[in-house]
Write a protein that binds this ligand. Sequence first.
Ligand code: MRU
Length: 373
Amino acid sequence: MKVDGKHIRSIWLEPDGVTVGAIDQRRLPHEFVVARLATCADAAEAIRSMLVRGAPLIGATAAYGMALAMREDGSDAALDRAYATLIATRPTAINLKWALDAMHAVLRPLAPAERVAAAYARAGAIAEDDIAINQGIAHNGLALIEMIKACKKPGERVNVLTHCNAGWLATVDWGTATAPIYLAHDNGIDLHVWVDETRPRNQGASLTAWELGHHGVPHTVIPDNTGGHLMQHGMVDLCIVGTDRVTADGDVCNKIGTYLKALAARDNGVPFYVALPSPTIDFTIRDGILEIPIEQREASEVTHMTGRTDDGRIETVRVVPAGSPVANYGFDVTPSRLVTGLITERGVLKAERGALAAAFPERVVRRQDALRA
Ligand code: MRU
């Protein structure tokens, strides 16, 4: 999408055809800094440190990480090492495993000398596919927004609430939750986005607000606990969030706090949609609460906050008393019963097994096969 009128993606292959460029998301919204990833270790560290983040972008970065690894050493041992290093970076977003498996499936049968070119080609295709998928999500989600506008709000502004950053920064381009928002805005629909700040790392306040602002989409940042109040007062027409993993039965794992928004939406009759690319579906599991590993992150994300002072310095300050214990769960699971629909590249689906399996039959795996793999 656009930054200051210029089109930019979150990740790209540099003109040297080898190194990978990525926006350093740890520096936003205060500084726009581009990082260069030159080794598999660089890619792994970029994911681990959240220089890049968001499920689809984590997958694309891991794919390029495999390509960088093959450049260093194309052997079977190096392939296995790269897979092991990259898969260990973050536990919750399934796109990481999906991308690594896709790379492995292409590379393993090849001779080591053939692997570098094939790896860059497959990684590039994963990045391009992500954009095409998100454009599909944009069109399918746009139809929903148009319907809500026509039925509930003719002539009035549509208010969308989103949580965390499921925008173009979390993908290669367009975003998932934001894809229908950008398309609606570009098509002239009067729409406004409530942006949850998304403590503790503030992906909403720092990233979603930055993206929407640079693209010119009207938005307002709200503290995380404001959504319920807005819904009670008819100030939210629909919620659209992203996700890091959706189970075969339609349970949705996303940034911590998503579940509470889904509860508030249900209590107030507000439609709660989840936008996802098909690589985010994990057909090997059914119960998200029991089966999805939830990342626990360091206490410093909660105890400290970083921001820009009025005189322009970037500073980190403590906001929790020294010595108070902290819990920092990165994600939660919204049961499928609270989800109005899943906005995918193949249509808006019911959050249930039959609908997901019918839309993506090629992705369905038998549980026994998954356990054996
Ligand atoms: O911990 P993060 O910043 O990687 O978590 C990101 C989210 O939860 C996103 O909302 C999710 O990955 C959806 S991405 C399109």
